[in-house]
Design a protein around this ligand. Sequence first.
Ligand code: NOJ
Length: 756
Amino acid sequence: MKTLQLTIITLFFLSTTLFVNGQVKTSMIEKRVDSVLALMTLEEKVGQMNQYNGFWNVTGPAPEGGAAQKKYNDLRKGLVGSMINVRGVDQVRAVQKIVVEESRLGIPLIIGFDAIHGYKTTSPIPLGEAASWDMEAIELSARVTALESAASGINWTFAPMVDISRDARWGRVMEGGGEDPYLGSEIAKARVRGFQGDDLSSVNTIAACAKHFAGYGFSESGKDYNTVDVGTSTLYNAILPPFEAAQKAGVRTFMNSFNDLNGIPATGNSFLLRDILKNTWKYEGVVVSDWGSIGEMIAHGFANDLKHAAEYAALAGCDIDMESSAYVAHLVSLVKEKKVPLALIDDSVKRILTLKFELGLFDDPYRYCDPEREKAVINSEENHQAVLDVAKKSIVLLKNDGNLLPLAKSGQKIALIGPLAADKNSPLGNWRLAADDNTAISVLEGMKEYPKNKLDYAKGVELIVGKTEFISEVNINTSDKSGFEQAINAAKKADKVILVMGEHGYQTGEGRSRAKLDLPGLQQELMQAIYSVNPNIVLVLMNGRPLTIEWAAENIPAIVETWHLGSQSGHAIAQVLYGDYNPSGKLPMCFPRSVGQVPIYYNHKSTGRPTIPAPNLVFWSHYGDEKNSPLYPFGHGLSYTSFLYEDLSISNDYKATAEIKVSVKIKNAGKVKGKEVVQLYLRDKFASVARPVRELKGFKLIELNPGEQKTVEFILGDRELGFYNNHGEWVVETGGFEIYVGGSSAATLQNQFELK
Ligand code: NOJ
């Protein structure tokens, strides 16, 4: 046995040194994969398709009973191909050693982890980063996550989540790129590049995972894990594009979603996994189930028992079973009973082994396990600088009446109030499994870096009662107002009040849906009490989803959206409040006025009755008690300067060049340098399938000095002009189009052209 194992490893080592370029590498890997496959028993093949959690209960419910011993035994028997939630070079080395030295073939494990927005050094939540519209910054942030994860023994992250969502009730909006498929696709590519780099075998890169395939962001009523019922147009034009973009960017793995899509659970959905992903898109990477989602097909009412569920999943194209133990228990018999063809098992195993070769694990199973590297890379100064940079870029200035911001740097009395003002934990956000609690820079700490103002801090009110943790519900304080008085007194004496409010980091994320989107607990009451004694308030929002803040939008002069910004949160926020960084973030999701408007999104259809036909008539698409428009539209975000848009021109030579050129002039009309995200929206006026009232089809981030003007150009080709029809075919249709360019989805500068 031992001789066989050593022979294989030597062979692999030789093969990896022969790589000359991508082509050679691919064919060499194919050969090596085939040679390993030829040595494997059916049990060992199925073992590669089995993934176990580490030996504790971290990101989902763990199977009942003495699982640890069974897991050790299965590792020894070669019945485990990958693990999740094992981290740190010592732990990873320990599990790797078991399979390499004690299993028959010594095939190394892939080590996966939810490094979603950072590892120890935490980046802003992905929804926050999306607000930067800065693809280089987003890529760099993912690179930092990859660097630290890889240094800690991990070689696979379950990110990026590329689920489009129009529903802020869904807690996982914090993990995605927002509501728009175009922006979402650009972000998907940037994050895949950041995690995977150019060479997956480098010790600085890790495999990425596009998830959750598909439809998870459309869960009915925003309730996590809920059913998804969408038509072809929404599936193809809104849900699938970021996945396809990730696939084209070379993402090595996909994860299926928990939900059922039109009645078929995604885990056993061969239309999604087999027809679209593996056949139409010709995806050659690995598909992993979500945690326990194979077994959950029983609760869905789709599979009769675990064996039946394993059959469905394997036939559909799910290559790895995460924590259902369905494959390891039943796939061998399913093959023997001819219910699952051996060819499908071979196909899955080849995909998994290929990834192991690409990660360089056969070359050196311990390549991600260097303790010196772990010490040097984790929490390095460089990493903190990188996340600080993206944190600043993610902040969105929602409102700034009377130029209350930026704050003067001296001679001011500032009252800093709110349950999140000194919080060092919430800014770390939801998915920060490896980060140490209470390690974020708080707003209080950030503000103290500007010592020439007098700073008076009062918490005002507790947001949460009791402890908070990743897996449990949070308890909101709804009765204790004992801190109000001190906060009100501080506000009375201040020139300006900075109010830091929003959601605890554990109020968004998986399993964290909300039916109400207001400021939770007693925060609204405290805000109004403070306002009654001092209306010079800057509201600093810290939250993981759009909130309904209509009262604040009407009454509070300045509002800054800071999301959960990660390790460097307080520094980033203080630099924006004091004008050392001019904000340029733009909302990646609409802010609703009230929950009843949800799902609300800018790229909705027109309907047959879009406008009021005559005053007071009810027969149009509207609410009797609420406006149709959002409180803040998609793409909205202010700056400490202002930008003038003019001369929107179009050169229509589509027939000759298959592209339309659009150009527009933007001028910085204010007194400070600023960045602007120039956004282009398109409306296809009529089509064989009704198109949205406008759709983002291009954006450019530019920087302008005061008085400076720049011309920005966009090219619209087939990708921008076409859409998927109801047969899932990409079509570009002739007819009239309108173009809108500006600083948000409510842009009014308009032009049009005809596609002949
Ligand atoms: C469940 C989540 O839906 C998924 O995103 C995550 O990667 C897995 N758990 C593993 O923790």
